[in-house]
Structures are given as C-alpha cells and as structure tokens.
Write a protein that binds this ligand. Structure first.
Ligand SMILES: Cc1cc2nc3c(=O)[nH]c(=O)nc-3n(C[C@H](O)[C@H](O)[C@H](O)COP(=O)(O)O)c2cc1C
Length: 229
C-alpha cells in the first residue's frame, strides 16, 4: 500500500474482532512510531501497551466510558516525558511540543496499522490524572491519548472532509487558493509523486468515458473530493 492510500484509507475503527494482535506486529508499529519527528530529536514518547482486561476496563472508565477501550484487544497509551521537552525547550516544549510529538507518533502508528490490516482509534478524551494512576506513571510522564488497536469487524464510517480549497489561502488569510489542474482521461500526471493516484485517475477517467463523451471531465480538486467520500 502506498502512503497516499494509507492516508486515504485510515479511519477510526471502534469495533474489533476478539482476535489478539501479535506482539511482533505491535512491535512494528512501535518501531515505526520512533521515526516520527520531535523537536530537536527530543523523542519524548513513552508507550504503555496493555492487553490486561482489568487495566483496559479502568482505562475505558478514565476515557469517559468509551467502551471500545476495554473491548479492543490492545490499548497503547501514548505518553510524553514532559521533563525531556521542558529541559530542551522550556514551557513551550512542555505545554505544546510534547503533545505535537506524541500526536505525530500516533499518526505514524495509525498509518502503519492501516498497512497491516488493523483498525485503530485515537482516544484523547481522557481523565489524565486517572490514567496516570492506573498506569503508575511518574509525575513527569503525561498521558496524551490511548490508541485502541485490533482487527476491524466492520468498515468504520468514512467521514466527509472539508475541501482543502475552503481551508487554504495564499499569502494572506482570506485570499482564495485556486488550483486549476484538470483531469484528462488517458493522460498520466507527469509528476512522479502522483503515480499512486494515477491508477485512481485512470479508473475514474474510464468510468467517465463509459458514461459518454459529453460528460464533464472533473477537475483535479473534484477528483480528490470524490476520493475522500
Ligand atoms: C485530538 C483528537 C482526539 C480524539 N479523541 C477521540 C476520542 O476520545 N474518542 C473517539 O472515539 N475518537 C476520538 N478521536 C477520533 C476522531 O473522532 C476521528 O478521527 C474523527 O471523527 C474523524 O474520523 P476518522 O478518523 O474516521 O477520519 C480523536 C481525534 C483527535 C485528533
């Protein structure tokens, strides 16, 4: 699976098969997570992996009763060693960078899980003090969120995205960003980087061709929008 596909295929999964996820698979996710970026290579992350029903039940309660935290075969609690962040970057490091680092590790893990056929959900609505207590975390280790991991029993709901044109400006806030690539059937994008999208482009172009030549050919944004539905 290409990284573009993993990005587009990832979605929050909250129902899992009972089947366990092997440690070596969790290991792959954790290994990849440590390649995420951190400020000044601080690597503030601490991971707590749990399959223990008692712990997962407590975590679910601490996560405002989000039941799938208990039901997922594996919970990985992603924490930040805020002392590391503070030592390097003071208050901004502790309050902001630490959360950003852990979030980027979380996204790497979610993408890796997608590639591995696993479903995940990122649960950040937690009572931090309770989670610290449950996991016996030292004062300097702040829990940021729980990644629930398992084999999905069903496809999660695919939420519609706001089109990027409605969120992007040029130079100054308010100046619309106008992208005018157009999609021509049979034409491959010359950008090597788009290669993985080409197969979607080709498929889509084929569909349009079949429906008759009069049909309007979508712009690149329209095409991307269709992909995100
Ligand atoms: C910071 C953050 C906190 C989140 N917390 C929760 C949560 O506590 N429980 C939950 O079910 N999903 C949580 N999510 C997942 C979002 O609800 C989900 O990503 C969003 O609805 C979009 O759906 P998708 O991930 O399937 O595309 C969180 C996501 C982020 C980025």
């Amino acid at each position: 699976m290409h990284v573009f596909e993993a990005v587009m295929n990832r979605l929050a999964v909250r129902r899992y098969e009972k089947k366990d996820v092997e440690d070596r698979i969790i290991g792959v996710m954790l290994h990849l997570a440590t390649f995420a970026n951190t400020p000044g290579n601080a690597q503030e992350w601490i991971f707590i992996v749990s399959r223990d029903l008692e712990i997962k039940t407590k975590l679910a309660k601490a996560a405002l009763n989000q039941e799938w935290v208990k039901d997922a075969p594996v919970d990985i609690v992603l924490c930040a060693d805020i002392r590391k962040s503070a030592l390097k970057f003071g208050e901004r490091g502790e309050r902001l960078y630490a959360i950003e680092s852990i979030s980027s590790a979380a996204m790497v893990m979610m993408l890796a899980a997608t590639e591995l056929g696993l479903g995940t959900s990122w649960v950040a609505a937690i009572d931090e003090e309770k989670v610290k207590d449950i996991l016996n975390l030292p004062e300097n280790v702040r829990p940021i969120g729980i990644l629930t991991v398992g084999y999905p029993v069903e496809e999660g709901e695919k939420f519609k995205r706001i089109d990027f044109e409605n969120l992007t400006y040029v130079d100054r806030y308010g100046k619309k960003y106008d992208i005018s690539y157009s999609l021509q059937p049979g034409t491959k994008y010359d950008y090597q980087l788009f290669e993985p999208l080409n197969k979607y482009v080709e498929k889509y172009a084929e569909e349009i061709k079949k429906r008759g030549k009069k049909r309007k050919i979508p712009t690149f944004e329209e095409f991307l929008r269709k992909l995100s539905k």
